[in-house]
Design a protein around this ligand. Sequence first.
Ligand code: C5P
Length: 397
Amino acid sequence: MATKKCLLLGVTGGVAAYKAAEAARLLTQQAIDVKTVMTQSACRFVGPITFQSLTGNPVYTDLWETNAAQNMAHIHLSRMADLILIAPASADFIAKLANGLADDLLTTLCLARDCPLIIAPAMNKQMWQNPATQRNLSILRQDGVIVVGPASGMQACGETGMGRMLEAAELVEAVYTALYAEKPLRGKRVLITAGPTFEAIDAVRGITNKSSGKMGYAIAQAAVEAGATVTLISGTTCLTPPAVDEFVSVISADEMLQAVQTAVPQTDIFIGVAAVADYRAAKISPQKIKKTDKNLSIELIPNPDILSAVSGLPDPPFCVGFAAETENLERNAEAKRRKKNLPLLIANLAQDAIGADESELILFDDAGKHILPKAAKIAQACRIIKHIGTLYFQTKK
Ligand code: C5P
């Protein structure tokens, strides 16, 4: 008989702790050995006895637990675990984790772990949006921590917005994916471009495109989670890159093209998410152009189309494009897909998508169109990577 998988469920202080109890019940029912560790604040929301009764295992709350093997609960518990799930993960706990603090049992065993870690954030929408929280989450993603949720909706405080913890069934799904899911892109090399390019006009000025890089970085994160070896080539953004295998920072379209050309021979799948500037200045002035009261004309010349350059290679990788359109979305997207000779193009309305955390997408491929209703970019990225995996393996048959 296969040995049971062991999940270490960390519960931190938040109203959503009751959903963690339901998740513990569902996971135990599905033959996963759930061991619970609660912080002091978590115990104020739900009693340890609840988790003990639902999982049939003792609950740990104390770093100085005398019954644990050699009195080293933090090492012992983390060695037994195949996976750690922190649900709910409070803003405070996320901050501690991002900074490597280890001042209680749960933070200490997270630091001592040698297994994957999933966190399910839960907090008030303002706490979620706070740059400090977002900065901490970026660090954790970069460290390879899987962040699931939060969802948007009615919150315990009465406000509505991002910050609701995922439901118990969704947590169970995340645990199953981490423990059992096939890594569909294991062994595949994925190259992604993201963010804007910046085309200098003079020493201090330039032209660029509006792009936060959020979608490209989310796709890179999803590809990593799908087991791919990922190279991310990015224009300037304010984001912390996810834990990719190689990160190349570029500024202009020409630099991006060169970086892509270097990486493309070792690429199975190329995903062009970058908002590449279509034109650049014919001449870049090395000095700042002085202001006068006359009109100024700048000659612009077309930039290379990076995606077309790759899809036009004699033996191209599987190429995926993105299109942000302001009007006639479907017609323009399908025309672009054909022109650039792409098996898959993903389109969205520019005015809805740029800089936002959520997006509604339409996927165009040879089978027609598939609508991905509005959801967080990371959730959309996981769906996109799954779809790319399916199409990629179909073309290889
Ligand atoms: O700008 P456009 O709408 O044509 O972008 C469609 C796709 O082509 C995107 O995936 C984008 O990353 C890619 N592209 C590119 N090089 C360009 C312009 C666009 O790779 N110069």
